[in-house]
Design a protein around this ligand. Sequence first.
Ligand SMILES: Nc1ncnc2c1ncn2[C@@H]1O[C@H](COP(=O)(O)OP(=O)(O)OP(=O)(O)O)[C@@H](O)[C@H]1O
Ligand SMILES: [Mg+2]
Length: 1007
Amino acid sequence: MMESALTARDRVGVQDFVLLENYTSEAAFIENLRKRFKENLIYTYIGSVLVSVNPYKDLEIYTKNHMERYRGVNFYEVSPHIYAVSDNAYRSMRTERKDQCILISGESGAGKTEASKKILQYYAVTCPASEHVQTIKDRLLQSNPVLEAFGNAKTLRNDNSSRFGKYMDIQFDFKGAPVGGHIINYLLEKSRVVHQNHGERNFHIFYQIIEGGEEDLLRRLGLERNSQQYQYLVKGNCPKVSSINDRSDWKVVRKALAVIGFNDDEVEELLNIIASVLHLGNVQYKEEEGYAYITSDTQIKYLARLLGVNGTVLTEALTHKKIIAKGEEVALRSPDQSSSARDALSKAVYGRTFTWLVNKINASLAYTDESHKDASVIGLLDIYGFEVFQHNSFEQFCINYCNEKLQQLFIELTLKSEQEEYEAEGITWEPVQYFNNKIICDLVEEKFKGIISILDEECLRPGDASDVTFLQKLEDTLGGHPHFVTHKLADGKTRKVMGREEFRLLHYAGEVNYNVNGFLDKNNDLLFRNLKEVMCMSENKILTQCFDRDELSDKKRPDTAATQFKASLAKLMEILMSKEPSYVRCIKPNDSKQAVRFDEVLIRHQVKYLGLMENLRVRRAGFAYRRRYETFLQRYKSLCPETWPNWNGKLSDGVSTLVKHLGYKPEEYKLGRSKIFIRFPKTLFATEDALETRKHGLGKSRGFAIAIQAWWRGILARRKAQRRRQAANTIRRFIKGFIYRHKERCPENEYFLDYVRYSFLMNLHRNLPKNVLDKSWPTPPAALTESSELLRKMCMQNMVWSYCKKIDSEWKHQMEQKMIASDIFKDKKDNYPQSVPKLFVGTRLNGEDINPKAIQALGSEKMKYAVPVTKYDRKGYKPRSRQLLLTANSAIIVEEGKLKQRIDYGALKGISVSSLSDGLFVLHVPSEDNKQKGDVVLQSDHVIETLTKIAICADKINSININQGSIKFTAGHGKEGIIDFTPGSELLVAKAKNGHLSVTAPRLNSR
Ligand SMILES: Nc1ncnc2c1ncn2[C@@H]1O[C@H](COP(=O)(O)OP(=O)(O)OP(=O)(O)O)[C@@H](O)[C@H]1O
Ligand SMILES: [Mg+2]
């Protein structure tokens, strides 16, 4: 918690500058920064503003664990961190549904870009994600290396200096997942393309391609792997930088381009443009009679191919100019003019390609899903901070103007939010004295009277306007303005430190002298018409988007650079105004990129330029410290007997009681609706110190705590010991019981016997037979043999009963027949067992299987069963195919349509069948009955079924004789026939030599 660090304040300073006793002292401010910097504490707050000092070394404070620590935690409960700001903005966006922006400022090398990357990473790691979101997260993260390759360069101040301003929106859906992004870029330093100061480099991308591009690629681009071959890369005399690895950076950029969605063709077209800029730089002129001509056409050939333009037309455009006013007249250029035309072209091509690149990235970050339309936004502004050099030109003028605007916004928003908080808390507003820099903003941007208007006027007016006439105009119009001075207007003292071509602005952050040289040119930012025409004819797809043909026909002059910048800033202010701001103020500790070195002069400079003292004054104007009642009470309640250990009344009353007990004087604090406001840090410090002492006092109760702990540990240990004792007893009893198991029940074995019974019954319960055929049954212990048998019977009865319950009438009928078959044949006839699993059918022949005449002959008699049979005639035992029909009264043998023989059941004397597996059987009839021609010898393939049916229909269950060896029968007219049965390998029925019918029946395995 923030307050907890207060006791170490002598060593590590305070985490919030508002707690500085002497808050108006710059020295105290810087001393606090120094203390913290020494302890690697690079972050400090001014209220909710984060001040960050570049450590110039990797600190272990950006791990995933750190991110987790700051996630969803109250701002003041953890030490100051960029993640706390990120998380706070994120949560405000989520809970208040208000768009946020984080403004990062500071001078070159102070760590703005690093800070913005840390914020982005924080969101990428901690926000919820889905598959689509992952792509967006990747693209958001990967847009950085690409933009840095094309827009950053090594300068004297920073090896990776952003040469453009950047505002990035991160869009979140209602679940808080990042779903899209949008980037706006500001004022790229194009002049770097054609010129670099000593010790500086061109944009990284040039070196990356030359160092990292594959041989093949370089050949296609016509480039050599040596940056010193290119005029645009030698000016700064600094091809290599120790902290930069161009080759591996190229790999990163190449991959990032793919992630963002560039296909190979687009990458190639983009690189063609970059390479063409290098070739343009190598176009050299010679002079002939004052006019320029190009010495060799090598470069032109490359350019023609890479840019997709006509080489001759390009050559002419570089060396000639068109003067429209004089009727399309063409004039030659001097070498100087040609060089500047060439450079203008390079700058225009590079600058517009950069803008195209930003648009391309935006297209890849754009969220397309309509349902995301109500996304919330967090904006990140990483923009150039206030700059003062020895020589300051148009660029510094623009940059410092931008910082004036941001300061203005900062003042307005901070004051506004302070005022709103006072109002919300019901505390009277105490006016704050601060410098309002609106007067300087007006000085720069006011219509007609502002510096930009005057500059534009000079750029546009006919006649020989120059940088000098511009300066004179400024003096004429602005002379006497309290924030504007020139050499001519200045007093003697100031005059000494000003050049004649300079004007001075008294910015909120300090004075800056601007040299007017180049202002008009830079503001005009013109590209000769014929060069523009050439570019409009380019076949390179990117350039066709950068150079629009409409531009040629548009007679209206494009806005000047300063006016465009002013408009883009106005837009930016509008964007920022609509959001809730958080601020990160970056400070660079020294000019030599060293860790540890704390250059006080340099830092004081920045504290001033960043307006940090002003910031602190506004924040401290009323009260140094404010906290919600519950937080305050929770922390300090132990300092007052009435609030300790718990306060049960209203929070505000609790706080009131507490501070009165502490002896706060009325002027030291105020109670708002939900917060306490404390005016002086010393009041808080005294309270904090009292708490520290109290904690030591509370230390005495440590002894009690230890006693309670010991007592509780004792209980736990005793419980454990008891459980162990019980376990040992059980084992002992079990062993003894096992030894006495065969004895009568006695104290020694009763536990064991009970256990064995119990476990048998439980086992039985788990393993009862599943059906009547399942004969398994666990073996019972001796004591349970009888019970087990009873149980087994019960179980079987139960299963039978439930089986019977499920039987339907059809199945019952089937079973009854099977029972009869069993009574007759079981263990008596060989093929009986095979018949058991085969169900008996109602009949083997239906009406349609029987000749209709036979049916007709049956008349009203109902057929109960019919089966095909073989009849053996009585003389030669010839087999004949017949049908056997059973009715209620008789068995009838049918041949085709005739009822050949009818045997009334009353006349059926008996039935004979063999004990073997054959299907023969004999129906015996009385020999005296003349109607009958003797007993009937038949064979059925379903002999068991057929005979069972006959037995049932004729009620002759007891009249079936099962014979061994042979069967005698009457063959009519008193004659007798004999059938002999013998077992064999297969069924054979034939008349034997002895005149008997011999039947060989196959042996079946079952018997
Ligand atoms: N938090 C940090 N931890 C470690 N090193 C840092 C940190 N912030 C910045 N640096 C170091 O400082 C260098 C410069 O930082 P950065 O590029 O962010 O500056 P900048 O403010 O964006 O400058 P410019 O205005 O030139 O773009 C980084 O390349 C890095 O080496
Ligand atoms: Mg930067």
